[in-house]
Design a protein around this ligand. Sequence first.
Ligand SMILES: [Ca+2]
Length: 284
Amino acid sequence: MSTSIAQRVFKASLCCAAVLTVLNASAQERNSGAVNISPFSNSPSRSAPAASDSAGPFGQDASAYTLTFSDEFESGFNSSVWNEAADENYSNAVTNFAVEDGSLKIWPARGRNGEFFNRIIDTNGKFYQRYGYFEMEAKLPIGKGTWPAFWLFNYINGQKPEIDIMEAYGGGSASGWSDDNYHPTGYAPVVWRDTNDRAGFALLFGLGDLSANYHKYAVKWEPGKQTFYFDGREVYSVNANIDHPLYIKLDLLYGSAAGRPDASTPTGPGNSFDIRYVRAWQFK
Ligand SMILES: [Ca+2]
């Protein structure tokens, strides 16, 4: 897909996920979608054994699934399945991602003009799937203005369906998304049937510091239903008819509930959106 089309897709996605999900959501909507799922440490699903690393989704019956996509990020950036892109001002971008130490790392960086720029890694044109199970294990970055996300998206037949498996829209303790020091302590799954047609949103909070440890973020996407999981535990579900094939997006954008990043926002690989793997399965 051409750069220009990719850029249009990005703009559309930014519109959906940021402006409409959070900034324009009424207080009542936000409150109704806020789900405190703490305490979490005693959840039995966290210790559920897996038959093998990628035999099945974490905490699910592996015999019900066939693995269709897996990048464990153990041997470099695989450009046969991933695109690298930046925001509209691509000429400003510098390389702020790498596959190292068994992870894909995307870190906050200032571009050539000194401004933070958005980084997107996606499978547009390379991998699409309709329905199934999608799982990522990751640690999140900290800092004012950081906005990491793992989502499914497409721009198809004039529609922009979107399943946000994890977006962490940090904003300080009053926002519910993070603590006073902008360590993420909550995230949201969101479902969009199309631009301006949001089917569901939940701010999941009380999760502890999501930058301190790896966690598994996942969705089971069935016809007419999307069920979200955190470390194998069901945390939210939406009944929406999303029936287009979607591609996978990993990105680090800016402009969270805390506003733009600034001099206090840690840059560099030490503050990465650190993704150990991304896997997808289809139902048998
Ligand atoms: Ca790995």
